[in-house]
Design a binder for this molecule. Structure first.
Ligand code: ATR
Length: 274
């Protein structure tokens, strides 16, 4: 039996153990997958203890994705571009290899589950932390149009735009100027504002005829932004539950070489019949 875990804080309500148990059940793979509470101060020690106890792989979630990237021996190209790691795989020598399945999970959820054509969509990315970094490269690769990045702390938006390396296509802007941005076809909330003081006000002028609003979080944390989206006429309002299931499936495939069926698991988690 192999051992897996998800590290982050707060972690007690994480759905990942349930998702991986369901995938394992489908594929007949014998594994356990637990949630381990860890913050910036004790993440390294807890990951080392997990490795010493025979851990084979882990997911890394808020707020540790950038820290995880820093402590991996090597990382996939998409993790390097994101500067953030959500999946670690144990190397033969005991070190960790980092990958990031968030962006691929988001794109798969939006295009396949929700039927959204992302090509040429003018996109607004709210936030420039680990979650935003994880998804931005995959959105660009999926063919979105221009990408505008805004963040409460402007330096982080600048840094993310620089890291993405497409200056003609990616534009960092100030939150304070948001009233003058015009319309977007895709608005992605990658902030953790709902867990803190709430997002600064978003003007209705951001919303166009076919705007899709996507929150990378799910459950209560996604409610304020998606309520704004519905109240302001967004065509689609999508939470991060599907992305969560899809990124888990990508991680599962990396660890076990088997791609699980995500529809049944998504249906069960969203309270719908499979
Ligand atoms: P995550 O992995 O969720 O991205 P993070 O790296 O701590 O976690 O980033 C959180 C993001 O939410 C950041 O973009 C943060 O803005 P700052 O870089 O200015 O801190 C954003 N954020 C958090 N609380 C916010 C709030 N109340 N208003 C606006 N943005 C907020």
């Amino acid at each position: 039996r192999k051992h897996y875990a998800v590290f982050g804080t707060p972690i007690s309500h994480s759905l990942s153990p349930r998702i991986h148990a369901a995938f394992a059940g489908q594929s007949g793979i014998d594994l356990d997958y637990v949630a381990i509470e860890a913050g910036a101060d004790d993440f390294r020690a807890k990951l080392e203890a997990f490795a010493a106890a025979g851990g084979s792989g882990a997911n890394i979630t808020l707020p540790l994705k950038e820290a995880a990237f820093a402590l991996c021996r090597d990382s996939s190209e998409r993790a390097v571009r994101a500067g953030a790691v959500n999946t670690v795989i144990r190397n033969e020598d005991g070190s960790w290899r980092g990958d990031n399945t968030d962006g691929a999970g988001l794109v798969r959820d939006l295009t396949e589950r929700h039927g959204l054509d992302l090509r040429a969509r003018r996109t607004l990315l709210l936030g420039a932390g680990g979650a935003a970094r994880g998804v931005a490269p995959a959105l660009l690769d999926a063919g979105i149009g221009e990408l505008t990045v805004v963040n409460r702390t402007p330096q982080r938006a600048d840094a993310l735009a620089d890291a993405l390396g497409e200056p003609g296509r990616v534009h960092p802007r100030y939150f304070g100027d948001i009233a003058a941005f015009g319309e977007f076809d895709l608005i992605v909330n990658a902030t953790s504002a709902a867990r803190g003081g709430g997002l600064p006000g978003l003007p209705r002028a951001l919303v166009g005829r076919r705007t899709a609003a996507v929150d990378l979080s799910y459950g209560e944390a996604a409610i304020p932004f998606l309520a704004w989206a519905r109240a302001n006429g967004c065509h689609d309002a999508v939470d991060g539950l599907g992305m969560l299931v899809e990124q888990a499936a990508e991680s599962f495939a990396l660890w076990h070489g088997v791609r699980p069926d995500t529809d049944a698991v998504f249906a069960a988690l969203s309270g719908r019949a499979a």
